[in-house]
Design a protein around this ligand. Structure first.
Ligand SMILES: *[C@@H]1O[C@H](CO)[C@@H](O)[C@H](O)[C@H]1NC(C)=O
Ligand SMILES: *[C@@H]1O[C@H](CO)[C@@H](O)[C@H](O)[C@H]1NC(C)=O
Ligand SMILES: *[C@@H]1O[C@H](CO)[C@@H](O)[C@H](O)[C@H]1NC(C)=O
Length: 208
């Protein structure tokens, strides 16, 4: 009886982790401070929505690892109007590999301005994913329920290939608010608050 009670109270604490995502350069000291504050994973912007590699990202990724972050991912914010989906993937992965910045997963941001024709958007995402897979990198999809409906028409086919990182700014570290969409029955990460300053870094907070 006693043992059961202990397990029940401990398990959720072990499973739940919090992390950050950043779109600025972050130093090793800043990451150490964030690690001390309890964050265990970091996701770094590596490709900007304007269609260029984020030239801060490689160093930031290396700083996170050096500071003891065990899970470091990157995100690619695709530039739909720029066209050429595979080229965007190649640019960012080549850059990170040349700089020896090791990532565990590359997330694709599905938000912002895409085409009005959701079939065209789905095709663009297919091309991004095909290229990432060809380069042997793990990927995931970042989106909100609202964005997924408007950009991807709630298509479900990606849910079987990709984990979901969803956006819901309720400042609540749990998945209890999650509503099924796009075929995802459960999320992998939730971005629960945006643009907070901590340890001198402007960041978004995530629950996993
Ligand atoms: C998309 O739809 C909006 C609203 O219907 C319209 O104003 C805009 O011109 C359309 N854009 C394109 C690229 O067709
Ligand atoms: C988080 O959400 C859960 C479930 O909706 C709720 O029980 C809890 O009170 C919320 N916590 C905060 C801090 O809002
Ligand atoms: C969106 O997709 C989910 C499956 O994840 C489905 O249950 C839901 O009915 C869909 N919603 C609409 C409005 O099509």
């Amino acid at each position: 009886m006693f043992v059961e009670i202990v397990l029940i109270s401990i398990v959720p604490t072990i499973l739940a982790t919090i992390g950050i995502d950043v779109s600025q350069r972050v130093s090793q000291d800043q990451f150490r401070c964030l690690n001390d504050n309890g964050y265990t994973f970091a996701i770094v912007r590596a490709y900007r929505s304007v269609g260029v590699v984020d030239s801060n990202s490689a160093q930031t990724i290396k700083n996170a690892r050096a500071a003891g972050f065990t899970r470091v991912d990157a995100y690619l914010f695709p530039c739909f109007p720029c066209g050429d989906a595979p080229q965007q993937v190649i640019e960012v992965i080549d850059y990170l590999r040349e700089e020896r910045a090791e990532i565990d997963r590359l997330w694709l941001n599905i938000e912002g301005r895409w085409n009005n024709n959701t079939e065209i958007n789905i095709e663009f995402l297919d091309e991004l994913i095909k290229q990432i897979t060809d380069l042997g990198v793990k990927f995931g999809i970042y989106t909100s329920r609202y964005q997924w409906f408007s950009i991807m028409n709630n298509v479900t086919k990606f849910s079987t290939q990709s984990p979901l990182w969803y956006v819901h700014y309720d400042n609540n570290q749990s998945f209890r608010d999650f509503q099924v969409f796009g075929g995802w029955m459960q999320p992998s990460i939730k971005q629960f608050i945006a643009d907070v300053k901590e340890c001198g870094v402007v960041l978004d907070k995530n629950f996993s």
